[in-house]
Design a protein around this ligand. Structure first.
Ligand code: HEM
Length: 483
């Protein structure tokens, strides 16, 4: 950057950046001090609304490399060849805390990945958990209200959290996961990532496959106990953010082995679990994880506000060969994110360097709005046109889905082995005795803060239904703490 005199926003040299202009020595400040007005006004507008969820996060750039042939399943160009590399940007986050919250907390971690492909940006906006608390987008705002600050107390309240979870038994699986050992990762590098939802892959022949993405950390899983996290959150609120930045500065680039579970479309109707229910996993014995890539993070952003705070990720950003599934949560998210971006960053958010395509260019007829930079110059802004403007391809990114029946507020259909507790019970029974002890201790510590017996009892009852022993031990632990 060239060095020169300090200037105003319009480029005029600044004579004095220490003293504002006054009417005489010791007199009142003058409105004609343009520099002062400009500085105060710009300062007042430094913040944009923080993300309504996942406000607290850190990001880094890197590379995704294909390591196995997945062309029988998807025609996505960035996955078309072993060895093919695609630039990525990944933003990690916690969910409930505000922008300045501590990193070392019990909360899912966001794992939002943008692939800058030559067919446009593909965003996979996942978490470090394979499942979620609810299975219908219509419940999301209520759920998040229970995780955020209470309208009266201004604090997060155990009453609200457990009231909602206990009245939403489909959350039992995710809550069992969250209060287990993996509920507080030691850093963003030492945790896995998941696409969580089921997505559609389709190949050149038009065949459809349902897939779930897995990102397995090559650093190894490392977690914090509740006591370790409480201490770290107080001493170093930025622990995860600093760890990520410093490891990349040291040249210790974190990597993940990327895999996918693949279900042929014909299996979906009769699979034992509804494959589009976000509260369920597909056991690996049913659909093994097939390795197909390596993800490496190797470059820190230079400016956190420009590249992390203003970054936008949308589950609706697909590329040819990849599309949505009928998962009701995912369908809601296809709307929610673009709307959030237009509110939070503005209608031209997708023009910012971190958000725009890097390996191709966006060619739309959308124009103008706040902070439009004139990038389209004099090109026509309508289609069809006779001036060589961009044209539609006639080929959808994903394959159509057969539908039947009448419209209605239908819950996600239940398959043969579906209920709200089966997979929570399976997860509990997989744990060692020590893991179970820590899970019970963590859950009891939280449930014992609930002020009402009926809410605490209803919460315990969900775990009882997952596994009798789970419920019995939890009840005893809560009673011991409540006295
Ligand atoms: C219907 C359910 C959901 C809705 C309506 C929803 C909505 C939102 C909104 C509005 C944001 C803020 C976006 C922004 O301001 O840029 C956000 C962020 C995020 N959500 Fe969701 N969400 C839902 C479920 C999920 C699920 C199931 C996952 C993971 C599997 C997830 C992962 C994330 C992540 C990782 C971010 C942060 C993205 C970033 O780093 O910018 N969300 N969500």
């Amino acid at each position: 950057m060239t060095q020169g005199p300090l200037t105003t926003e319009a480029g005029a040299p600044v004579a004095d950046n220490q003293n504002s202009e006054t009417a005489g020595i010791g007199g009142p400040v003058l409105v004609q001090d343009q520099l002062l007005l400009e500085k105060l006004a710009h300062f007042n507008r430094e913040r944009i609304p923080e993300r309504v969820v996942h406000a607290r996060g850190a990001g880094a750039y890197g590379t995704f490399t294909v390591t196995a042939d997945v062309t029988p399943y998807t025609r996505a160009h960035f996955l078309s060849e072993i060895g093919k590399e695609t630039e990525v940007f990944l933003r990690f986050s916690t969910v409930a805390g505000n922008l300045g919250a501590a990193d070392a907390v019990r909360d899912p971690r966001g794992f939002a990945l943008k692939f800058y492909t030559e067919e446009g940006n593909y965003d996979l906006v996942g978490n470090n958990t394979p499942v979620f608390f609810i299975r219908d987008a219509i419940k999301f705002p209520d759920f998040i209200h229970t995780q955020k600050r209470d309208p009266y107390t201004g604090s997060q309240e155990a009453d609200n959290v457990w009231d909602f979870w206990s009245l939403s038994p489909e959350s039992t699986h995710q809550v069992t996961w969250l209060f287990g050992d993996r509920g507080i990762p030691a850093s963003y590098r030492h945790m896995d990532g998941f696409g969580s939802h089921t997505f559609q892959w389709n190949n050149e022949a038009g065949e459809v496959f349902w897939v779930k993405y897995h990102f397995k950390t090559d650093q190894g899983i490392k977690n914090l106990t509740q006591a370790e996290a409480n201490k770290l959150a107080g001493e170093d609120p930025d622990s995860h953010q600093r760890d990520l930045r410093q490891s990349i500065e040291r040249g210790e680039y974190p990597t993940w082995t990327v895999g996918v579970q693949i279900m042929p479309a014909a299996d979906a109707a009769t699979y034992r679990f509804n494959p589009f229910d976000l509260t369920k996993v597909w056991p690996h014995a049913d659909y093994p994880v097939i390795e197909f890539g390596k993800l490496e993070l190797n470059r820190n952003p230079e400016n956190i506000f420009a590249e992390v705070e203003q970054s936008i990720f949308s589950p609706a950003h697909f590329v040819p060969g990849i599309g949505p599934s009928p998962d009701k949560m995912l369908q809601g998210r296809l709307f929610g994110y673009g709307d959030a971006h237009r509110y939070r960053v503005g209608i031209n958010a997708d023009h910012l360097p971190v958000n725009r395509p890097h390996a191709t260019e966006a060619r739309t007829n959308s124009r103008d709005g706040y902070l439009y930079d004139g990038r389209h110059k004099g090109a026509k802004n309508y289609e069809p046109n006779s001036f060589g403007g961009p044209q539609q391809t006639g080929r959808p990114l994903w394959q159509p889905l057969p539908v039947t029946g009448a419209t209605g507020d239908h819950p996600a259909p239940l398959h043969a082995e579906d209920n709200d507790f089966v997979q929570a019970g399976n997860l509990y029974r997989l744990m060692t005795e020590e893991e179970k002890n820590r899970l019970i201790e963590n859950l009891a510590g939280s449930i014992s803060q609930v002020s009402r017996e009926d809410i605490a009892e209803r919460a315990i009852n969900n775990f009882r239904q997952a596994d009798g022993d789970f419920g019995k031990r939890l009840e005893a632990a809560v009673q011991a703490l409540r006295g």
